[in-house]
Design a protein around this ligand. Structure first.
Ligand SMILES: [Zn+2]
Length: 432
């Protein structure tokens, strides 16, 4: 059964806020103490502690420390599990010959939160509307052991049973990220065919048999990035001032003024991230709604920077802002939910930015990055660079669907119905 995450904003009252802070502090200390314990035992015995070892020790600690005994036991295990995962990550990277940082002690200001394993054990969701099976319920309340019942706001896209929960503390606000187990994810499947290229000028250039469409980057993003830059500079200026006044590089007193500036910065950051995610969700949903066969270029870090056109810091940030990796993942997931055909073309083999969509030939001289136009030296066709790339991908998709690319699965096995049955060769009728 598929799982989905939904994030709710929590609205604690003053008293609950204090208890949330206390809980956060206890989990942070538990994390750091468990890390200390791992280091101590390793130094003394030369052997590491496992997750199971630490869970046993936790039982002892709960007997000795009343504050720990007051917390939900499963949520404490989740914190130990997070430490365990940090170590696993560390060892995996060591094994791969990388130089990872050793798991670090965590500062309370940067401690992200804690989690629960089972719905009904330490936490319970009370949606405002009845849990009608086909209607996801919006908003409502959440009960947290030791904190109480708090209002929350948020709405899952589809109805599902809550399974696990993570409490997050971000930029002074509290959130609950709840994993829902979906009974069925229902998504309409489109019938058209499309291939898209993504870039900075337009977020998407979509080629369909009917023509070219574009999806622009959200207009507010550019202004917000400028505002983000301004706020960032304000914070650095205030930090420099505080350093100068106190004569200390570190540990200088943080004024209310500086604290507010930092908060404004992180709030805008969170807002941009949220809006960007919304935009990516909406755009990918609309693609899957319209098209039953979708193709794009496989993603690599190299072609990401390449597409940016320059190794500039500002531009690179915009590439991250356009978030192609997240977008492709969303599109792929939604296409799977709808039962659509989703393909990523092998970039190196196809070379969509170089190849000509009309004659399928590669130019003798490589196109430069700044050249925004496709002008074919062989057949003379002229069009926009992104438009050409999308058309190359569309043609490749057509070949895949017709099964003439000679590799991989038979499209006729994968695709049944839809408007491009007519496109399939007659010889592809199901063999008996
Ligand atoms: Zn050509």
């Amino acid at each position: 059964m598929p799982n989905r995450k939904v994030t709710y904003r929590l609205y604690p009252n003053a008293e609950q806020e204090v208890r949330l802070q206390e809980t956060l502090g206890l989990h942070q200390r538990l994390y750091n103490t468990a890390l200390e314990e791992r280091i101590r035992v390793y130094k003394e015995t030369g052997k590491g502690l496992s997750f199971a070892d630490q869970c046993k020790v936790l039982t002892q600690w709960r007997k000795m420390v009343p504050a720990l005994a007051g917390l939900n036991a499963q949520s404490e295990q989740v914190t130990l599990k997070r430490l365990h995962l940090a170590f696993q990550h560390f060892f995996r990277r060591m094994k791969n010959g990388e130089t990872p940082g050793f798991p670090r002690f965590k500062n309370i200001h940067r401690y992200p939160g804690w989690g629960y394993k089972t719905h009904g054990d330490g936490w319970k969701l009370h949606p405002s509307r009845g849990t009608c099976s086909d209607q996801p319920s919006a908003h409502g309340k959440i009960y947290l052991q030791g904190v109480g019942l708090m209002p929350l706001r948020g709405k899952p896209r589809d109805a599902g049973e809550p399974v696990t929960c993570e409490i997050l503390h971000k930029a002074g606000k509290w959130y609950a990220s709840v994993t829902l187990e979906m009974e069925t994810v229902q998504r309409e499947r489109g019938t058209g065919m499309a291939a898209f290229d993504w870039g900075l000028t337009d977020f998407l250039t979509i080629a369909t048999p009917q023509g070219i469409e574009t999806v622009a980057n959200p207009r507010h993003l550019r202004n917000q990035l400028a505002e983000l830059k301004r706020l960032g500079q304000e914070v650095s200026r205030k930090i420099r001032m505080a350093q100068k006044l106190s004569g200390k590089q570190k540990g200088f007193p943080v004024s209310g003024n500086l604290r507010r500036a930092i908060q404004n910065l992180s709030r805008l950051h969170a807002k941009i991230a949220r809006q960007r995610k919304d935009f990516l969700h909406q755009t990918s949903a609309s693609l899957v709604e319209q098209f039953g066969a979708i193709c794009t270029e496989a993603l690599s870090t190299k072609n990401m920077v390449h597409k940016g056109g320059a190794h500039k810091k500002g531009l690179n940030r915009e590439i991250h802002a356009a978030a192609p990796a997240a977008f492709l993942k969303m599109t792929k997931t939604k296409a799977e939910e709808a039962g659509s055909w989703y393909e990523e073309a092998p970039t190196r083999e196809i070379k969509p930015t170089q190849r000509c969509h009309a004659c399928w030939k590669l130019p003798d001289e490589k196109k430069t990055l700044s050249n925004r136009e496709h002008q074919c030296p062989h057949c003379g066709v002229i069009c926009g660079r992104d438009e050409n790339a999308a058309l190359v991908l569309l043609r490749w998709l057509e070949m895949r669907l017709a099964g003439s690319s000679g590799s991989g699965r038979e499209p006729s096995e994968m695709w049944s119905g839809g408007s491009f049955a007519a496109m399939k060769h007659e010889t592809h009728a199901i063999a008996v």
